[in-house]
Design a protein around this ligand. Structure first.
Ligand SMILES: *Cc1c(COP(=O)(O)O)cnc(C)c1O
Length: 388
């Protein structure tokens, strides 16, 4: 008999897999659902939502997050790769899937085979796609991306007009979405407003010539919160969906869905003057207990929090500081005089009672952004889902 692969079980259903190394992620799907509903309410019923679930749903787990959002009524998913789109199709999802990146021409048959929606930024790609679709007697919906200031994908808004007129002549493509992206929505109000303005004018000019897209979209989380006039009739939330507040004035009071937890695996008493971890950069000022926990930088716990001075974890009902450098699969914690027994739960990201460590806190300690913090948690870490 063919042995069933257990890789999915290991990733998605930890209850069936013994955890020896105590490190796991808990994802509260109730929070995810509630955040999604808050966003829907905030933008109103006329605005469609592309739930951005790229990079394994920002580390929360692609399939379980897609399942949860599918039940909540999401009709568009935004992914970061054709691979993720195929994974969703193979898992049986029927929603629209927009790949939010450019793909090399030679791979354009995937969009037809798996009925997924490409981002189009290149005429040769579009021609190839259209002729392949014609052979299969199909019409393919596309989302076209133009650049209004991001400097990444898409033709410059000032010379994209002709490009889109050419696209509109390709018989087997349906111009469904037109979009652009914000680089400084959190820091430069004027620049972002100018982007929205030029996007708007671009749409109007196309419509004068009879080229009409069904959806127009530009707002990511910060855009959604800070620029209501950027919603058009479609938005692309990522961060706020997962309950991570972005730097906005308006607050949606979303709830974090992800917690990273471990356990104390060893305790030792060290003398005044003893060093802790590589470089011995942390030196005990007085006799203290040091706990070793089973989480390190290879798991995605940032090395950059090493000796930061503020970085901490929650054990019991107290915060304790990280002591010395984060190691590949260990991190040490200074317990002071508190003696804790091995096995005690440790929260590296998450909350207990009034104590909370957010992705934003970890990002601040590690001098990075919350996006990097959550998307880097190793996919080897078992994920447990609450509120399925
Ligand atoms: C990731 C991404 C988003 C979501 O951004 P958030 O800031 O997480 O809301 C939106 N649009 C595109 C094109 C993206 O790549």
């Amino acid at each position: 008999m063919k042995k069933k692969s257990n890789s999915r079980r290991m990733t998605y259903d930890v209850r069936r897999t013994p955890i020896v190394r105590p490190l796991w992620i808990e994802v509260d799907l109730r929070a995810l659902r509630a955040n999604y509903r808050k966003i829907c309410k905030f933008v109103g019923s006329k605005v469609k939502i592309i739930a951005t679930i790229k990079q394994s749903a920002y580390g929360h787990g692609l399939i379980p997050v897609a399942k949860c959002l599918s039940k909540a009524g999401v009709s568009f998913f935004g992914v970061g790769s054709v691979e993720e789109a195929c994974q969703l199709r193979k898992a049986g999802f029927k929603q629209r899937i927009v790949v939010l990146t450019a793909v090399l021409n030679k791979f354009c048959d995937y969009f037809i085979k798996y009925e997924i929606t490409p981002t189009v930024v290149d005429l040769a790609f579009a021609r190839k796609l259209s002729s392949l679709a014609a052979k299969k007697k199909k019409k393919i919906s596309i989302h076209v991306k133009i650049d209004t200031g991001m400097g990444r994908l898409g033709k410059d808004v000032n010379d994209a007009h002709k490009f889109i007129l050419s696209l509109s002549k390709l018989k087997n493509l349906r111009l469904e979405g037109l979009y652009t992206h914000f680089p400084v929505a959190d820091t430069n109000f004027r620049f972002t407003n100018d982007q929205i303005k030029s996007f708007n004018e671009f749409i109007k000019n196309l419509e004068k010539e009879g080229v009409v897209f069904k959806y127009h979209h530009c707002a990511n989380s910060v855009g959604i919160m800070n620029y209501p006039h950027s919603h058009f009739n479609m938005i692309r939330p990522g961060l706020i969906l997962y309950g991570i507040e972005s730097s906005t004035k308006a607050k949606l009071e979303v709830k974090p869905a992800l917690s990273l937890k471990s356990r104390v695996i060893f305790i030792k008493r060290i003398k005044k003057g003893s060093g802790v971890s590589y470089g011995s950069a942390y030196v005990a000022k007085k006799p203290t207990y040091i706990a070793t926990i089973a989480a390190g930088y290879a798991d995605g716990y940032p090395w950059a929090v090493s000796n930061n001075g503020k970085a901490g974890v929650i054990i019991g009902d107290k915060m304790y500081k990280v002591a010395g450098r984060v190691c590949m699969d260990h991190t040490m914690i200074d317990l002071g005089n508190k003696k804790i027994t091995p096995g005690q739960e440790v929260i590296l990201l998450g909350s207990r009672g009034d104590l909370q460590i957010t992705a934003n806190d970890l990002a601040l300690w590690a001098k990075t952004i919350p996006y990097e913090v959550v998307s880097r948690f190793s996919l080897k870490i078992p994920r447990m889902y609450k509120g399925i």
